[in-house]
Design a protein around this ligand. Structure first.
Ligand SMILES: [Zn+2]
Length: 149
């Protein structure tokens, strides 16, 4: 899905209204907006009724008024291509930008950042969590909770 956000970015970056240091910030905002739209298309497409409109309204303020029609067309074309692409590939092959992460937490309580096994929600070292169907709280955490209560 990156290809569509990058394509919007490449086409629109030269038209950004801002100059100098502000331009960098605008470019970053534009890229973030494009990528979050693409991510949302991948993960939440059924409830994302108007992706073109949503992305255009995120981007329009970055561009001079006379360029906004062009901006709209670039966004619309690439969003359509992205939706066509989504229609053509099986859902399990779609990976939100930024990669997938294991759903487990490490012993220190931070999210596990390893890549899950294909088709699974957990990485190789946490795959037992998925097989159990339940997430088991470590004994120490349970003890702390009962002390707190
Ligand atoms: Zn893990």
């Amino acid at each position: 899905m990156y290809q569509f956000s990058r394509s919007i970015y490449r086409e629109l970056a030269p038209m950004l209204a801002a100059k100098g240091g502000v331009a960098c910030e605008s470019k970053q905002r534009m890229l973030d907006a494009c990528e979050s739209t693409m991510n949302r298309l991948v993960s939440d497409r059924r409830y994302f009724a108007k992706p073109t409109k949503a992305l255009f309204s995120d981007l329009r303020n970055l561009f001079p008024i006379q360029d906004q029609l062009v901006v709209y067309r670039v966004v619309d074309r690439n969003v359509r291509l992205a939706v066509q692409y989504l229609d053509s590939v099986p859902a399990e092959e779609l990976v939100p930008a930024g990669g997938r992460e294991c759903r487990a937490h490490t012993r220190r309580g931070t999210p596990c950042q390893r890549e899950p096994l294909p088709g699974r929600d957990y990485c190789p070292s946490h795959k037992h969590l998925e097989e159990d169907g339940t997430v088991v709280m470590p004994a120490s955490a349970e003890a702390e909770l009962s002390i707190a209560a």
